[in-house]
Design a protein around this ligand. Structure first.
Ligand code: ADP
Ligand code: MG
Length: 677
C-alpha cells in the first residue's frame, strides 16, 4: 500500500509529480515521512507575552468601521481597530481593499502578522473571520522544491494521511514503546505533520529520533557481526614468551591504559575473526608503542606487518624509532614515494620474499607493486587522513590481516559510536607519568614582542621552539610565502646567537629531512613551519609552540599542534596568537586555554562545528537523519546503541516481535549491495 506511487493520490498531476520527484518523493511512504522542517506558531498568546517584531496571531472583536486609504497607483492601506483583552489594537492591511466589506463592527477576527509592541499594532499577513481553530494553531512548514506551495503540500499530506495513515505499521516492539513512553508510529507520524501542541510534537519527534538511531545502530552492528563471521580463520597464535621479553626490554613500563588496550588487541588477534579496531589516544599517550608490540606479536607468528602513516616525515620518524625498538627482534624497512630506483626495487623484492618483517611507509604501501609474502597485521596511523578505499587496499594485501587504526584526534564519544559503530574502539585516556600539562596562553598580535622574548628565554635555557605561521585559506603557495617571510623576520631578530630553521611542504624530501635532523640535534633552536609538523613529529626538547593566527585553525588541529610540545620532562608552553573577530573563534581560544584533554576538546569542537564538518561529511560515515541530530540527541543514540547491541547479540531479529525491524534491515541491505564494506 505505502509503496504505491504518489500519483495514485487524486490531484497529483504531472506538474506536482515533477516537483515531488525533485524532492525525492516517489511513493506514498516517502510523502508520509517527508516531515516539516519547522512549524509556524499561530497559537494565541496573551498580549503581554507577544514579542516585538515577531510573527504573532491575535484574536479580537472589530470596533468601528475599518478605514481605507488609497495612495500611489493601486496601493491601499486598511486600518481596523480591534478590542483584544481590554486594549485596543490596530491591524494594518496593505493592498487588500476588499477586506473592508468583509469586516464589520462586532465581528470576531483572527489576525496573523508582525507585531509592533510600541504602537500596539499588527501588520497583517493573514486574516480570518471567526475564532482561531485550535487544530490550525501550529502550521507545518515544509522545505519544498519546484513550484509547489506550502499550502498545496499541506493539503496533499492531509489527504495522504487520511487515505493511507492506517497502513502505517508499528515496527518497534511494544515493550520499547512502553519503556520509553513513545507514541506509536501512526500517531507520531500524524503529530509530526499536524501537531496538536508542542508537547505532543516533542514526543512524536522523540519517537522518530529513537527509531532512526535504532535502525542505524542495528544496521551497523549487524554488518559488524557478519563481517566478523566472514573472516573466520585468522587466529594469530603469537609467541607469548617472545612477546613478554620484547615488552620487558622497552625503556618504560606500559601505563594501565596502554596495557588495557594491548590486551584488547591481543584478544582480537588470537580470535578467529579479523580485528577491526580503532585505537584512540591523545598525542604522546603511547599509541605507537602499543601498535609496535602488536606488530611484533604478529611477527612472532611468522607473519609480516605494515604501518601506514600520512606523511613522509612521520614515516621516517617511525622508521627510526621502530628500527631501534626492533633491533635484534625483527627486520624493518621504509617505503615512501621518494625512495626510488634500485633501492626501491630491493625493498620491494625483500617484502615479497619475506626478507623484511615490518614495513613502514606512506601511501606508497598501497601501490600494486607492493606484494607481501604473508601480511598478518596492518596498522593505519591517523586513519581519518586516508580514504576508505586506501585503507581497504592495504588490508587486501593480506588474507584477512588484523587491522588496527590509530588516531590522535580523539573522536567525540557521540561520533565514535556512530561513525565507528562497526569498529571496536580502545582508548588510551591516560598519559605516561611524569608528563607535565602544556600551559596554554592566548595573546593578541600586539604582544608579539613579548612572545619573541619568551622564546629567547627558553632557548637560553637550552630548549627549542616551533613557530607555526599563519594559514592562508586553501593556498599552499601563500602559506609558504608567509613561512618564508616570517623565517626572514625571525632570522633578523634572533641570529646569529639563535639559529632559525624553515620547514614547509614544498621543500625537497632531503631538505626536510635535513631540517628535521638539525632541529632534533638542537642545531636549529627555532623552527618556523607550516602545519606540516602537525602530525606525529617527536622532538622532546622543544618546549614552546607558538601558533600565529590561531583562530584560523580548528580546535582539533590546534590540539594536534600543541601536542608537538610537552613530550619531554620540562614544562612546555603553547602560545596562541589571535585576534578572533567572531564568537566561535573566541570560544575556541578560551577552550584551548582551559583544557588539554583531547577527548573533552573534541567534544567541544563537535559542538562548535557540527558533525558534518568534523571529518568532512563523506568520511564521517553519518547517514542523513531526518529527525535525529547526533550531537543534540546523543543520549537517545547511546540508548539505541545499547538496545541494538542486545538485539544483535541475542539473535533476537528472528524473533516474531522484531520481524518488522528485520525486514527493514534486509530490504536496506538489498538496496546497498556493497554495504558489507
Ligand atoms: P603516540 O603514538 O600516542 O603519540 P608514542 O607511542 O609515540 O605516542 O609515545 C610518545 C613518547 O612516549 C615516545 O617517546 C615513547 O617512547 C614514550 N612512551 C610511550 N609509552 C610510554 C610509557 N608507558 N611510559 C613512558 N614513556 C612512554
Ligand atoms: Mg584475529
Amino acid at each position: 500500500m505505502l509503496n504505491e506511487s504518489v500519483i495514485n493520490i487524486k490531484g497529483v498531476g504531472e506538474k506536482l509529480e515533477e516537483a515531488l520527484i525533485e524532492m525525492n518523493i516517489h511513493s506514498i511512504e516517502d510523502l508520509l515521512f517527508y516531515f516539516p522542517n519547522r512549524y509556524d506558531n499561530y497559537q494565541i498568546k496573551p498580549l503581554h507575552e507577544l514579542v516585538h517584531d515577531e510573527k504573532v496571531t491575535i484574536e479580537g472583536e472589530v470596533i468601528g468601521n475599518p478605514s481605507l486609504t488609497f495612495y500611489g497607483r493601486k496601493k491601499s492601506r486598511l486600518v481596523i481597530s480591534l478590542q483584544v483583552e481590554h486594549m485596543v489594537v490596530k491591524g494594518i492591511m496593505f493592498n487588500r481593499p476588499f477586506a473592508k466589506k468583509q469586516l464589520h463592527p462586532g465581528d470576531i477576527v483572527t489576525l496573523t502578522g508582525k507585531w509592533d509592541q510600541h504602537r500596539l499594532q499588527i501588520t497583517v499577513s493573514n486574516y480570518k473571520k471567526g475564532r482561531a481553530k485550535s487544530q490550525d494553531a501550529i502550521q507545518p512548514i515544509y522545505s519544498l522544491k519546484g513550484n509547489v506551495t506550502n499550502k498545496q503540500f499541506v493539503k496533499l499530506v492531509k489527504t495522504a494521511i487520511q487515505l493511507y495513515g492506517n497502513y502505517v505499521e508499528e515496527i518497534l516492539p511494544d515493550t520499547y514503546l512502553m519503556n520509553y513512553k513513545l507514541p506509536n508510529r501512526e500517531d507520531a507520524l500524524r503529530q509530526m505533520h499536524f501537531p496538536t501542541n508542542f508537547q505532543i510534537l516533542k514526543h512524536a519527534k522523540r519517537r522518530f529520533i529513537y527509531e532512526e538511531f535504532l535502525l542505524f545502530q542495528l544496521k551497523m552492528q549487524w554488518m559488524k557481526k557478519r563481517k566478523k563471521e566472514a573472516t573466520i580463520g585468522n587466529s594469530q597464535n603469537y609467541d607469548e614468551q617472545k612477546l613478554s621479553t620484547f615488552i620487558k626490554k622497552l625503556p618504560f613500563t606500559l601505563t594501565g591504559a596502554q596495557q588495557r588496550s594491548l590486551d584488547e588487541i591481543l584478544v582480537d588477534m588470537k580470535s578467529p575473526n579479523r580485528m577491526n579496531r580503532l585505537l584512540q589516544g591523545d598525542v604522546g599517550s603511547g599509541k605507537t608503542a602499543v601498535a609496535a608490540i602488536s606488530l611484533y606479536a604478529s611477527i612472532t607468528c611468522g607473519k609480516q606487518g605494515a604501518l601506514m602513516v600520512p606523511t613522509e616525515i612521520l614515516a621516517e620518524q617511525h622508521y627510526q624509532s621502530l628500527k631501534e625498538m626492533f633491533e635484534g627482534y625483527a627486520s624493518v624497512a621504509l617505503l615512501t614515494g621518494s625512495i626510488k630506483g634500485k633501492n626501491r626495487k630491493d625493498i620491494l623484492s625483500k617484502i615479497h620474499a619475506h626478507d623484511v618483517d615490518l614495513v613502514i611507509g606512506t601511501h606508497a604501501l598501497i601501490q600494486d607493486e607492493v606484494v607481501f609474502s604473508d601480511l598478518g597485521m596492518v596498522v593505519v596511523d591517523e586513519q581519518h587522513r586516508f580514504g576508505v578505499r586506501q585503507r581497504r587496499t592495504l588490508r587486501e594485501k593480506g588474507l584477512y590481516p588484523d587491522v588496527l587504526f590509530m588516531t590522535a584526534t580523539p573522536i567525540p564519544r557521540t561520533l565514535a559510536i556512530t561513525t565507528f559503530g562497526d569498529m571496536d574502539v580502545s582508548q588510551i585516556d591516560e598519559m605516561p607519568s611524569g608528563r607535565k600539562e602544556v600551559e596554554t596562553y592566548w595573546v593578541k598580535d600586539n604582544m608579539l614582542d613579548r612572545v619573541l622574548t619568551f622564546i629567547k628565554r627558553e632557548v637560553q635555557q637550552g630548549y627549542q621552539a616551533y613557530v607555526i605561521c599563519p594559514l592562508i585559506e586553501e593556498s599552499d603557495k601563500l602559506d609558504i610565502q608567509n613561512a618564508v617571510d616570517l623565517y626572514h623576520q625571525l632570522q633578523t631578530y634572533y641570529e646569529p646567537e639563535i639559529k632559525v630553521g624553515l620547514m614547509h611542504g614544498r621543500l625537497h624530501v632531503d631538505e626536510k629531512e635535513e631540517v628535521m635532523h638539525q632541529f632534533s640535534m638542537n642545531e636549529i633552536q627555532v623552527l618556523v613551519s607550516t602545519t606540516v609538523v602537525e602530525v606525529g613529529v617527536n622532538i622532546p626538547n622543544a618546549t614552546v609552540m607558538v601558533i600565529y593566527d590561531a583562530e584560523r585553525f580548528g580546535l582539533s588541529q590546534l590540539h594536534q599542534l600543541r601536542g608537538r610540545v610537552g613530550r619531554g620532562d620540562a614544562q612546555s608552553y603553547c602560545i596562541l596568537v589571535a585576534d578572533p573577530k567572531g564568537e566561535v573563534g573566541k570560544e575556541r581560544m578560551r577552550i584551548m586555554t582551559e583544557t588539554t584533554n583531547g577527548f573533552e576538546l573534541s567534544e567541544q569542537d563537535l559542538q562548535l562545528r557540527g558533525p558534518g564538518d568534523f571529518f568532512g561529511k563523506k568520511q564521517s560515515g553519518l547517514p542523513d537523519f531526518k529527525v535525529a541530530d547526533v550531537v543534540h540527541d546523543y543520549r537517545a543514540l547511546e540508548t539505541a546503541r545499547r538496545d541494538a547491541q542486545s538485539i544483535i547479540q541475542s539473535e533476537l531479529l528472528h524473533d516474531k516481535l522484531y520481524e518488522k525491524l528485520h525486514a527493514l534491515l534486509k530490504q536496506d541491505e538489498q538496496l546497498n549491495g556493497d554495504a558489507l564494506d
